[in-house]
Design a protein around this ligand. Structure first.
Ligand code: ADP
Ligand code: TRP
Length: 313
């Protein structure tokens, strides 16, 4: 039986934290081998907010290293960069021509980003159509993403649907697969852990950095279970184990945080070790190979699109 196709995209916008690990990396690592998988670095999407070329380069290299270290085997998934395959910008344009300005104006993520002070550039506005192209180019069945991306998948289906109604069935309508099993992981201040809130426990920090972050997790001083510590701990140990640990150390927040820091270190140490073995050159080789494999698939779909719209004479 042939496997279904899966694709997910990541904006390369900064160092990963343990919220990203449990919310995105780990679920990807656990499922990608069941599918024909594509992992794409969405650097042209990142260009809607990143204006620093050095950050662009570093972030791309780093995020690929993070995924390789977390256990993605480049022989078993196509790991590639959006900007290495011009088919994305081309199909993005075609899909832009399928949807209206009022439709794009309703996108939550556009409205939220502009409300937060991001520049309302035209790239940010048409972002969902580039994302739709990312998916439609590979005949994708499932797209594992966080809840925040649900609407982008609806937009992708709408654009693909309009294309198919206008030109005949050419592109596949993708389904999202919302990754919500772990819920929202709190940061050291108790709010959602996020790069943009400066409240993270870094995934690939040094043991000292991780310990420092854990020790500064905010706790209530009522002597009960420190919920912010527990919320992270339960990702690492069974409830039974935790019951004993939290009973034996009742009220001793410092000791509980020490145990959490050690448990995190046990998880992270082997990944950090693997990550240190991966050079920038290794990453470039992975991306070069990925670009070729991606292009082989997307080229065929784009050819059908070009023929359908009547630009192949
Ligand atoms: P950030 O908020 O740090 O900018 P992103 O929005 O880049 O993170 O998140 C990438 C993915 O990582 C999200 O789609 C989500 O699945 C996961 N993720 C991020 N933060 C958390 C969190 N605090 N708890 C659970 N999952 C998270
Ligand atoms: N917009 C997604 C995010 O910010 C990233 C992304 C770009 C993506 N292209 C994609 C996700 C295609 C899934 C499929 O997280």
């Amino acid at each position: 039986m042939t496997k279904k196709r899966l694709l997910t995209g990541l904006q390369s916008s900064g160092d990963l934290h343990i919220g990203n690990y449990f919310g995105a990396l780990k679920p990807f690592v656990e499922m990608y081998e069941d599918y024909d998988s594509f992992l794409m670095i969405a650097d042209y999407h990142a260009l809607t907010s990143v204006r620093d070329p050095e950050a662009m380069r570093r972030n791309t290299i780093n995020v690929v290293k993070d995924y390789l270290a977390a256990g993605v085997d480049p022989a078993k998934a196509v790991i590639f960069r959006q900007s290495d395959n011009q088919d994305h910008t081309e199909l993005g344009w075609v899909l832009n021509c399928m949807v209206t300005v009022p439709f794009l104006m309703q996108a939550h993520s556009y409205k939220d980003k502009v409300a937060k002070g991001n520049e309302a550039n035209a790239g940010l506005f048409t972002y969902p159509m580039l994302q739709a192209a990312d998916i439609a180019l590979y005949d994708i069945d499932v797209v594992p993403v966080g809840e925040d991306q649900r609407q982008h998948l609806e937009y992708a289906r709408e654009a693909v649907g309009k294309f198919n109604r206008a030109y005949g069935n050419t592109l596949k309508e993708p389904q999202e697969k919302i990754l919500d099993a772990v819920g929202v992981i709190p940061g050291i201040d108790g709010a959602k852990m996020s790069k943009s809130y400066g409240n993270t426990i870094p995934l690939f920090g040094t043991p000292e950095e991780i310990k420092k972050a854990v020790m500064s997790i905010v706790t209530d001083s009522d002597g009960g279970r420190p919920e912010n510590v527990y919320a992270i701990h339960k990702l690492l140990r069974s409830e039974d184990e935790l019951k004993t640990i939290y009973k034996d150390n009742e009220g001793r927040y410092g000791d509980l945080k020490n145990i959490l820091a050690e448990d995190l270190e046990t998880l992270i140490a082997p990944m950090r070790e693997r990550r240190n073995q991966i050079s920038d050159e290794d990453v470039k080789a992975v991306l070069e190979d990925g670009a070729k494999r991606a292009k082989e698939v997307s080229g065929q779909i784009l050819k059908q699109v070009r023929s359908a719209i009547g630009i192949e004479l």
